[in-house]
Write a protein that binds this ligand. Structure first.
Ligand SMILES: Cc1cc2nc3c(=O)[nH]c(=O)nc-3n(C[C@H](O)[C@H](O)[C@H](O)COP(=O)(O)OP(=O)(O)OC[C@H]3O[C@@H](n4cnc5c(N)ncnc54)[C@H](O)[C@@H]3O)c2cc1C
Length: 469
């Protein structure tokens, strides 16, 4: 081992978790090194996940809107549209992000080290540069924020040419005519609906009856209605038995119900696994749990004192938003800086078309836990703004406790869902009764008015109940 270079804190990985951790630690006056193995900063979020997929979505929405407004424009996407044309602004967005992050790291005096990290001991990390040079760094405060990569089911021969995973799907040259999507999770639902909106004929296959099983069925049904109205096909309760490129013109997906789906390309979106192989965490005295993730306590500390972990390596919710906050908090906890109040309820945003968002618990979970809960629903086609803007296919649902007062959860499907949820989030974390949505005057006409309509339903039910008792 060469002479180690000591830092107050070492952060491994420059994704949302690592980046926020490094900046937070440096701002407190600590000397910080951020180790990143790839040339570009930002991790899966910036390079292959959140930002690229949302850039494509933005253009898919434009294409869909132009098609829907046939009276305003007679729009048709060219048959051989290159995927790059549909993510035109991506490089600008990525370069701007990279530059902003580098400047922020420079400003806060975080030392950026390019190379692959591996543990030598609980305090020592060796970094190997692309030229093969090795240097050891040491610290009593280390954060593992190495993220995740797509899970590769053994029987799906992903070749990144015909069969893709979520890291490689956007490397397709042209928009295919047809796409099979394996999976019913967030990434599967997002890409399936985005490609369908672009005019690709998409078939989604999953072993569960509904996609996005953590949401209530009425929400996922609204998503499915929209997806099938656009021309997509959902094959639930179906197991894939075999999947292969036929060597000529199609990917063949054989299902346990005896059917066969043919498509030009396939996307396997079967979850993600932690990036830990190269880290050799056993040298630090760490091991993975049975789900292949790193266990942490509520301080985000692992079983080994001084080693923290945040972001996708510790598992759900596996969101950039949550990873950033976990990274920041892990740095605070490690260096004993106050991190402020921690709110455990965080929203989930699903950028499918239409988008979905939720916070707190679902109606199904609430009924299982508490029994007769109060539920108020407002459909966007009953809201003036929904009618005016044509955003009719959507709904907002509020779930309250058995007294019909305390908000337990909010779920929204429809355009604007991922922004609208924050109104509910503020009410939820401030323990405001559901009445707050009726006592407050909202702008008119807005989709936010759906909160008022859903809350009025609950208050109405509450009155009926109390007059009965
Ligand atoms: C298609 C897709 C869409 C998504 N959309 C959204 C969304 O809309 N909203 C949202 O909130 N989240 C979204 N996510 C999830 C989000 O991208 C992740 O939750 C987030 O990137 C996790 O951040 P992280 O910091 O834990 O890891 P990552 O972003 O994965 O970063 C980890 C970094 O560590 C580096 N690294 C790994 N091993 C080593 C090593 N040994 N040495 C040095 N460096 C190493 C990697 O190169 C990488 O840069 C999406 C993900 C995908 C795949």
């Amino acid at each position: 081992m060469n002479t180690p270079i000591a830092y107050d804190m070492l952060v491994i990985g420059s994704g949302p978790a690592g980046q926020k951790a490094a900046v937070e630690a440096a701002r407190s006056g600590a000397s910080v090194a951020l180790i990143e193995k790839t040339r570009k900063l930002g991790g899966a979020c910036v390079q292959r996940g959140t930002i690229p997929s949302k850039t494509l979505r933005e253009n898919a929405l434009r294409v869909r809107n132009m098609r829907m407004n046939a009276q305003l424009s007679n729009f048709k996407l060219a048959e051989d549209t290159e995927l790059a044309t549909l993510i035109t602004r991506l490089n600008n967005v990525l370069n701007a992000h990279d530059e902003y992050m580098r400047k922020q790291l420079e400003r806060t005096q975080v030392n950026l080290i390019h190379g692959r990290a591996r543990f030598l001991s609980p305090q020592d990390v060796e970094v190997e540069s692309v030229r093969g040079e090795k240097q050891t760094y040491s610290s009593g405060h280390i954060l593992i924020a190495t993220g995740s990569h797509p899970r590769k089911p053994p029987d799906i021969p992903v070749d990144h040419e015909h069969l893709f995973d979520s890291d490689s799907i956007l490397s397709m040259m042209y928009l295919p005519k047809s796409l099979t999507v394996l999976g019913g999770g967030v990434i599967a639902s997002e890409y399936a609906s985005i490609f369908q909106a672009l005019g690709v004929s998409v078939t989604m296959i999953d072993k569960y009856p509904h996609p996005l099983g953590f949401l209530d069925n009425d929400l996922t049904q609204t998503f499915l209605n929209d997806f099938t109205q656009m021309g997509g096909t959902w094959k639930g309760n179906t197991k894939v038995t075999r999947c292969y490129w036929n060597g000529m013109d199609a990917v063949i997906t054989e299902c346990d119900d005896g059917t066969e789906v043919r498509s030009e390309k396939l996307l396997c979106a079967a979850g993600r696994v932690a990036n830990v192989k190269e880290l050799e965490i056993s040298n630090a005295g760490l091991q993975l749990n049975e789900r292949g993730l790193i266990d942490v306590d509520d301080q985000l500390e692992t079983q080994v004192r001084g080693i923290y972990a945040a972001g996708d390596v510790i598992g759900p919710p596996s969101l950039a938003s949550a990873s950033m906050e976990q990274g920041r908090r892990a740095a605070c906890n490690s260096l004993e800086i106050t991190s402020g109040v921690v709110h455990s309820v965080i929203p989930a945003g699903i950028y499918s078309i239409p988008e979905l968002s939720s916070i707190g618990i679902s109606e199904t979970q609430a009924r299982e836990k508490f029994g007769d809960v109060f539920v108020g629903v407002a459909r966007f086609d009953e809201i003036a703004r929904g009618q005016i803007s044509g955003a009719l296919n959507g709904m907002l649902k509020i779930v309250c406790d058995t007294d019909g007062k305390t908000i337990l959860g909010i779920m929204i499907v429809g355009e604007g869902a991922t922004e609208l949820i924050h109104i509910g989030q503020m009410a939820l974390i401030n323990n405001s009764p559901v009445d707050i949505f009726v006592e407050t005057v909202f702008n008119f006409p807005t989709l936010a008015e759906a909160y008022r309509a859903a809350a009025l339903e609950i208050i109405h039910q509450r009155k009926i109940n109390s007059s009965r008792s």
